[in-house]
Design a protein around this ligand. Structure first.
Ligand SMILES: [Zn+2]
Ligand SMILES: [Zn+2]
Length: 273
C-alpha cells in the first residue's frame, strides 16, 4: 500500500478542506507523509492561486502543522507552480511544475476549465487543429523544469482531461505522439513524472494521467515516477492509488517516489505503518 501523497490542495485556494483537516484525514488513513502543494501565486489567475499575503499564511500554517504532528505524520510544504507562477521555489520543500494555461496573442486560455473552454482555445488560437494545440502545450511543458525548478512534473497530459467527453487530441496522431515524446526527452532525468488520479476522483476520467504509452516511453528514457492524487478533498488523498500502481507496474516501474529540494528521496512503497 502507498501511504503518502505529495499533491494536495486546501481551502487556501480551491480545496474543500483546511490543511489541518487534510492532515487529520491522512492520519486516519494510516499515511506516513502528506505533502501540500497549493497553487502558487499566479498573476494571470488570481482566483485560482495564492495571493502574496496568502502565501505567507500558507507557509506559516504548514510549518505549524509540521511541528504539531511531528512523530505522527511527516508534513511537507510543497507548492504547485504553474509555468506562469511568480515565487521563489527555494521557499518550499519541493515544487510540482504544471502547465495550466496557454497564452496565445495575449489571450489566456485555461486548459482544464471545461470542454467548452478547450474548444474555444483550439478554434480561436489554433484554427481547430488539435495537433497544433498539443504541440504548443507540450512545447511549454518541455520547459517546466527550467521555469519552475520542478521536482515533480504535474499531470503531463492535462490536455486529455476531456477526451472521454469527446473533446481532446487524437492520441494516435503522429504529430501528437512526436510532440509529447519530444517533451519527455527534454524532461528526462530532471524531475519525477507524476501519475495523477485527480481527474478520476472528480469524475472526468476513468484512468490516471498520463496515458500508458507515455508511461512506457518515460520508463525507456530511465525516468522516475511518483503517484499523487491531486486531492482537493479529505476523502480522496489516496484515490485510485491501486489503479495507478498497477498501471505503473505494467509500464515496468518498480520504484515510486521523488527527490525533494533538500536532496531527500521520498520512497512511496514499503514504508506504510
Ligand atoms: Zn495542476
Ligand atoms: Zn493540483
Amino acid at each position: 500500500m502507498i501511504a503518502s501523497n505529495f499533491h494536495t490542495h486546501t481551502t487556501f485556494v480551491d480545496g474543500e478542506h483546511s490543511a489541518k483537516e487534510m492532515v487529520q484525514s491522512a492520519l486516519l488513513k494510516g499515511m506516513h507523509t502528506l505533502g501540500f502543494s497549493e497553487h502558487c501565486h499566479t498573476p494571470l489567475d488570481p482566483d485560482c492561486s495564492l495571493s502574496t499575503e496568502q502565501t505567507i499564511q500558507y507557509c506559516q500554517e504548514i510549518a505549524r502543522l509540521k511541528e504539531q504532528y511531528a512523530g505522527q505524520i511527516r508534513v511537507l510544504c510543497g507548492i504547485e507552480m504553474d509555468y506562469t507562477s511568480v515565487d521563489d521555489p527555494a521557499a518550499y520543500d519541493y515544487v510540482i511544475g504544471s502547465v495550466h494555461y496557454l497564452v496565445v496573442d495575449g489571450v489566456t486560455y485555461p486548459l482544464d476549465y471545461s470542454p467548452e473552454k478547450t474548444l474555444e482555445c483550439v478554434n480561436a488560437a489554433f484554427g481547430g487543429d488539435f495537433d497544433a494545440y498539443a504541440e504548443a502545450y507540450f512545447e511549454t511543458v518541455s520547459e517546466i523544469c527550467e521555469k519552475t525548478q520542478a521536482n515533480i512534473i504535474g499531470h503531463f497530459d492535462l490536455i486529455t482531461k476531456y477526451s472521454e467527453k469527446g473533446v481532446g487530441p487524437d492520441p494516435t496522431s503522429p504529430r501528437y505522439i512526436a510532440a509529447w515524446q519530444k517533451a519527455m526527452q527534454a524532461l528526462a532525468g530532471k524531475a519525477a513524472l507524476e501519475i495523477n488520479t485527480g481527474a478520476m476522483s472528480r469524475g472526468c476520467r476513468s484512468t490516471p494521467y498520463p496515458a500508458p504509452d507515455m508511461l512506457a516511453y518515460w520508463r525507456r528514457l530511465g525516468g522516475q515516477v511518483v503517484i499523487n492524487s491531486d486531492s482537493h478533498h479529505k476523502d480522496t488523498l489516496l484515490h485510485a492509488f491501486d489503479t495507478a500502481l498497477q498501471m505503473a507496474r505494467q509500464a515496468g516501474f518498480e520504484q515510486f517516489g521523488f527527490t525533494d529540494r533538500h536532496g531527500e528521496y521520498h520512497h512511496q512503497l514499503g514504508e506504510a505503518k
